[in-house]
Design a protein around this ligand. Structure first.
Ligand code: C2E
Ligand code: CA
Ligand code: CA
Ligand code: CA
Length: 281
């Protein structure tokens, strides 16, 4: 038993070291990625569930590593957060997305989507300059503030409401919209939702996934939609992958949806081909 214990300790130790090495390497590579501009943005449609019209786009960052290829944001955003590199990456994402959005509005007019959604992470939100940076970017690209949504996860807001609520209030003062992302995973109580400065609830895909199998989830979805309606919040259901889910959400009166059923996140060129037409599902 002692030997086995010792052995598993060794394995544990080794994976720890490998993880630490991987992380260190990733951090170095991230620094290079920023200076070499190895990032790009993909866009995923946000669709009206009633009309099938493409109403908005969520910008999602991609990193093309010279050796490793495409690295998922789930793998590098946490490292960027911890190291503070998220500041530069986040700023690039915001600026690049706004520039592209403005260009689309100019080229495609009313056929271009009306709303741009950009994710912001913990450290960005804690940056006392964020509100000013956002205002500068939207001015630079002449974007009406109400066309820009910043997405913040529910779990982040819940982590420290006293800190984040005033920050969100300040951001919202400039006219931009605030989305609560991954709603339903961050354990906020429905009864305090009205205290948050919010415009949109983005319901996490775990609800959408489970709603057709588990009755409790469907009931919960209904409760969330009713509450959102009372609080005059818009709702986007995330991760819609099949038509059964779509039909259920339509029946419950959910206004907007996002997911592979409509489109995966795609390149600038690919997404443009969807402008102005109804999304097939
Ligand atoms: P998120 O903000 O919740 O974004 C939605 C994620 O779900 C995206 O993953 C998207 O590709 C994926 N998704 C969309 N539809 C479906 C579906 O029908 N089924 C499934 N299984 N997945 C779907 P992605 O692009 O890999 O991004 C992962 C996360 O990384 C994002 O989750 C967000 O938290 C973060 N992220 C992405 N871009 C940025 C960024 O520019 N800044 C920051 N701070 N975070 C970002
Ligand atoms: Ca998001
Ligand atoms: Ca989400
Ligand atoms: Ca997420």
């Amino acid at each position: 038993a002692k030997a086995a214990g010792h052995g598993s300790y060794l394995i544990f130790d080794q994976t720890m070291r490998e993880k630490a090495q991987y992380r260190l390497q990733l951090e170095g590579d991230l620094r290079t990625a920023i200076s070499q501009n190895e990032f790009s943005l993909f866009y995923q449609p946000i669709v009206s569930l009633e009309s099938g019209k493409l109403e908005g786009l969520e910008a999602l960052v991609r990193w093309t590593h010279p050796d490793r290829g495409l690295i998922s944001p789930d793998d590098f955003i946490p490292v960027a957060e911890e190291t503070g590199l998220i500041g530069a990456i986040g700023q690039w994402c915001l600026d690049a997305a706004c520039q592209q959005f403005a260009e689309w509005r100019q080229t495609f007019g009313d056929d271009a989507p009306g709303f741009l959604h950009v994710n912001v992470s913990r450290r960005q939100l804690l940056d006392p300059n964020l509100a000013k940076l956002v205002e500068q970017v939207i001015q630079k690209h002449a974007i009406p503030p109400e066309h820009l949504h910043l997405e913040v996860t529910e779990s982040l807001i819940m982590e420290d409401q006293k800190t984040f609520i005033p920050i969100l209030k300040k951001l919202r003062k400039s006219g931009i919209k605030i989305d609560m992302d991954d709603f339903g995973t961050g354990h906020s109580s429905l009864s305090c939702l009205h205290e948050f400065p919010l415009d949109v609830l983005k319901i996490d895909r775990s609800f959408v996934m489970n709603a057709k199998h588990v009755r409790d989830y469907a009931a919960l979805l209904q409760a969330i939609l009713t509450l959102a309606d009372n609080l005059e919040l818009q709702v986007v259901a995330e991760g819609i992958t099949d038509s059964e889910q779509l039909i259920l959400l339509q029946a419950l009166g959910c206004e907007y949806g996002q997911g592979y059923l409509f489109s995966e996140p795609c390149t600038t060129e690919e997404i443009q081909s969807l402008f102005g037409s109804q999304i097939d599902w």
